[in-house]
Design a binder for this molecule. Structure first.
Ligand code: NAD
Length: 455
């Protein structure tokens, strides 16, 4: 399988823009034709409604494809950079080359989006790819394995299904690039395996993304945006607000607005409608354990082990509660009440006690707060909204520190899957081949060289 992929790559076929566009168009046509089957697969794996499946997965990938098709000619164009006078009449350029054979490893929470969005970038940049979807979303994994090689070409894309042992086996191969989306823990295994071959990586990870509500004049709208960002896909979203810190005087207003927003989106308390379910029993039980005896619950808390449905749940805790240790990755939203007038620096210091998050959300009307948050290190920062940053393809997406490194989406994805080769083209012959650059270096030559080099 790897040989077949490498063979096609070595013919140079993928360097042709028409080849790349054709593959992208085939993928787009397949998504359209297979929409029903994809919705069923996402329903089976995660209980997603058809609307949510389109909004957060299928439609997302379709937009990535349309964007790539619109811009690929420009992305592929060589970029001229300045050439100093002493290199006259040479020309300097950055040339985007495909990386070669790439490996895409994806998680289960958005199994279509997070397998196909990197694949769109990989194909746009002219690579051949192996995709390894998550074993915990088997229906979508089977769909990918059945359709991708057939539609795009088995010499361009291969899909390997399986879990830890299969991934370990393929990681022993030398890839030219690895794009991994998943947990920080697994990322260390991937980075280790990649280091064996000095393979570059992009690591798209997770973390505890904080949501801060201070000096906020409209808690109703803040609550609506927070509730949407937290409970879409039952909280199993890498950039979902992990916890909320709210000023004491805003506490009651925010909590009652959150309750109102949740019930208007998902129906009455503890009877959620059209909500995705938890991926499997292991994660369901992990979330149950986080609730302990339920003494901190202020809303929700109901769940059903057979259907894996877990109702949107609000809990009120202090910063030392065990739920504040790791990423929650489920529909439980802890609320921490801070003293009135808490300074932004104190909040930032508290956030930085945790590993650096993938996103941070600030709901505040104070320009001073926004300015202060410039020093917070996080993958992305959003003022007065949450999760919506993903909808802008031009806003590159990526983590920092424990939440990952490297970028994806739109041009950033194309660039991640490319090697920017530095090219320099000089004229032949001796006309501009000045003897000044060659030894022996007399004092006079050195004087001119210093001048030419700008000293
Ligand atoms: P995971 O790390 O358990 O699994 C991700 C992939 O790695 C899967 O394909 C899995 O089969 C493989 N894998 C797991 N353990 C492995 C091992 N020991 N060796 C080799 N391969 C292994 O992650 P998950 O549970 O599927 O996804 C949840 C995590 O992903 C969360 O932390 C979430 O924040 C993160 N995430 C990040 C993004 C992002 O774009 N930054 C998006 C979605 C999810």
């Amino acid at each position: 399988m790897f040989e077949e992929l490498r063979k096609l790559y070595s013919t140079g076929a993928t360097f042709d823009v028409a080849f790349r566009k054709e593959r992208l168009r085939r993928l787009a046509a397949c998504l359209e034709a297979e929409r029903g089957a994809l919705e069923s697969a996402l329903k089976a794996d995660l209980g997603k409604s058809a609307e949510e499946a389109w909004l957060t997965e299928i439609g997302f990938v379709e937009r990535e494809i349309a964007h790539a098709l619109r811009h690929i000619d420009r992305w592929m164009r060589d970029k001229s950079v300045r050439t100093p006078l002493f290199m006259f009449p040479g020309k300097s350029r950055l040339v985007a080359q495909p990386r070669g054979l790439v490996l895409i490893i994806s998680p289960w929470n958005y199994p279509i989006q997070l397998s196909l969005s990197p694949l769109v970038a990989a194909l746009s940049a002219g690579n051949v790819a192996v995709v390894k979807p998550s074993e915990f979303a088997p229906a979508t994994s089977h769909w990918l394995a059945e359709h991708l090689p057939k539609v795009i070409g088995s010499d361009v894309v291969a899909v390997v299904e399986g879990g830890v042992s299969e991934t370990t086996e393929i990681l022993a191969q030398k890839f030219d690039f690895i794009f991994f989306t998943g947990s920080t823990r697994t990322a260390k295994v991937i980075a280790h395996a990649a280091a064996e071959h000095l393979t570059p990586t992009v690591l798209e990870l997770g973390g505890k993304s904080p949501c801060i509500v201070v000096r906020c004049g409209d808690v109703e709208s803040a609550a609506r945006r927070i509730a949407f960002a937290k409970f879409v896909n039952a909280g199993q979203t890498c950039v979902a607000p992990d916890y909320v810190v709210v000023e004491k005087r805003l506490r009651d207003g925010l909590i009652s607005a959150l309750k109102k927003s949740i019930s208007s989106m998902y129906g009455p308390e503890n009877a959620p409608q059209s909500m995705a379910h938890i991926i499997n029993a292991r994660h369901f039980e992990r979330l149950e354990r986080l609730l302990g005896h339920g003494e901190h619950i202020i809303y929700g808390g109901a769940r059903q082990a057979e259907s894996l449905v877990f109702a949107p749940t609000l809990i009120e805790v202090t910063p030392d509660h065990p739920i504040m240790r790791d990423e929650i990755f489920g529909p439980i939203l802890p609320i921490i009440v801070a003293e009135d007038g808490i300074l932004p620096d104190a909040i930032i210091d508290a956030i930085e006690q945790h590993p650096l998050p993938l996103a941070a959300y600030l709901f505040s009307d104070s320009k001073k707060d926004v300015r202060a948050f410039r020093r917070l290190r996080c993958g992305g920062f959003v003022h007065n909204d949450a999760l919506i940053q993903l909808a802008n393809i031009d806003l590159q997406f990526g983590g920092v520190g424990d939440s990952g490194h490297g970028y994806s989406h739109g041009y950033a994805g194309f660039e991640a899957f490319s090697h920017l080769r530095s090219d320099f083209y000089q004229s032949s012959g001796s006309r501009f081949d000045f003897s000044i650059k060659y030894p022996p270096y007399t004092e006079k030559k050195m004087k001119w060289l210093r001048r030419l080099l700008g000293h």
